[in-house]
Design a protein around this ligand. Structure first.
Ligand code: FMN
Length: 374
């Protein structure tokens, strides 16, 4: 068999998985408007990708109406959204899949046009994202605004929004949740020194900067138990204006603090590719988060970022990771595990249809058998 390590069974929390090909969380901006609830098209998309007993991490879902930074993203804070997600989960379960939901707050990676009442987005500190452009809710290109720094007294409310979202994910039938602590969003804005200039107990020392992540993680654990909660981090990431000058001390602390909690898994985004942006960026000779931090983590480790079947199998065989999450090639290959295992050709993805739209570039990528028939 090809890739015997990638296609060996393993366990995440209480779940037995038949292989180690994980579907990475992928924002596709195709929820129903204005409810921002998953709709039948989204059910079909996830059902197509529930291949052969693997783990799906469903796309980042804002925990509150204030947590958005882009249009058409499905939320997890209203009854309609819970119901829409339940249909997705039921379809995945009916095909033998395991599905976690990624919980998201974008912080400063937003614009007032997405915020209820048109107020400024919130962040740990009033530090805008320099240089990069964003788009308003009406789709107009614009510079990022300077966010409003959260008052200390407001932070418990944001943590509670994560707790409520975790409970909502449970009500929708998910198998667990992943805290989005990567890619420059709110949790990472608290972690990193250039976006967190606070002088209260949430800023300053590494321990203080990690407090928000730890509280959010604990809130999810209260709802789910630790073995159904994962955390995603991107220590060397450069997305959305992120970039800790020296990630080693910060992330060593964070990983050592998370390790004793007994989480379902830790999930790294390797900095090899900035695949989520508008352009294809693949970096060479970058540090390997899994290589550097693996010795500090005793639980399940998932890694993502520019993997092929070959490199995924090698990383697992070497003990650098327990499972590999695939993003872009899962978009265009709904039956990705089968194609990797059988050495079938991969369908290339079309970046132009990653974000927003309808069927095109979403549910119209055929599985291999359908490809042969066409
Ligand atoms: C269209 C698109 C949407 C993404 N959305 C998310 C997301 O919602 N949450 C997240 O943590 N990462 C997101 N990412 C990053 C992926 O999960 C993954 O880490 C990245 O694409 C690298 O893996 P790959 O090289 O296999 O594509 C996204 C990437 C792409 C291309």
């Amino acid at each position: 068999m090809r890739f015997p390590s990638l296609f060996s069974p393993f366990t995440i929390g209480p779940y037995q998985l038949k292989h180690r090909v994980v579907m990475a969380p992928l924002t596709r901006m195709r929820a129903e408007k204005p409810s921002l609830a998953p709709r039948p098209l989204n059910v079909e998309y996830y059902a197509q990708r529930t291949t052969q007993g693997g783990l799906i991490i469903a796309e980042a879902s804002p925990v509150a109406a204030t947590a958005f930074g882009s249009p058409g993203v499905p939320g997890i804070y209203s009854e309609a959204q819970i119901k829409g997600w339940r249909d997705v989960v039921d379809a995945v379960h009916a095909r033998g899949g395991v599905i976690f939901l990624q919980l998201w707050h974008v912080g400063r990676v937003s614009h007032s046009s997405f915020q209820p009442g048109g107020v400024l987005p919130v962040a740990p500190s009033a530090v805008p994202i320099p240089e990069l452009k964003t788009a308003t809710a009406a789709g107009k290109s614009t510079a990022y605004e300077t966010p409003r720094a959260l008052e200390t007294s407001e932070i418990a409310g944001v943590v509670h929004a994560f707790r409520q979202a975790a409970a909502n994910a449970k009500a929708a039938g998910f198998d667990g949740v992943e805290i989005h602590g990567a890619n420059g969003y709110l949790v990472e804005q608290f972690l990193q020194s250039h976006t967190n200039l606070r002088t209260d107990q949430y800023g300053g020392s590494i321990e203080n900067r990690a407090r928000f992540l730890m509280e959010v993680t604990q809130a999810a654990i209260e709802v789910w138990g630790a073995d159904r909660v994962g955390v995603r981090l991107s220590p060397y990431g450069v997305a959305n204006g992120s970039g800790e000058p020296d990630p080693m001390p910060l992330y060593s602390h964070v990983i050592r603090a998370l390790d004793p909690l007994g989480l379902a898994y830790l999930h790294f985004v390797e900095p090899r590719s900035s695949g989520a942006g508008r352009a294809e960026v693949n970096h060479q000779n970058v540090p390997s988060a899994m290589g550097l931090f693996r010795p500090m983590w005793s639980g399940v480790l998932i890694s993502a970022g520019g993997f092929t079947g070959e490199t995924a199998d090698a990383a697992i065989a070497a003990g650098h990771a327990d499972a590999i999450a695939f993003g872009r090639i899962f978009i265009s290959n709904p039956d990705l595990p089968r194609r990797l295992r059988e050495g079938l050709p991969l369908t290339p993805y079309n970046r132009a249809t990653f974000y927003g739209g309808d069927v095109a570039g979403y549910t119209d990528y055929p599985a291999y058998g359908e490809l042969e028939k066409a």
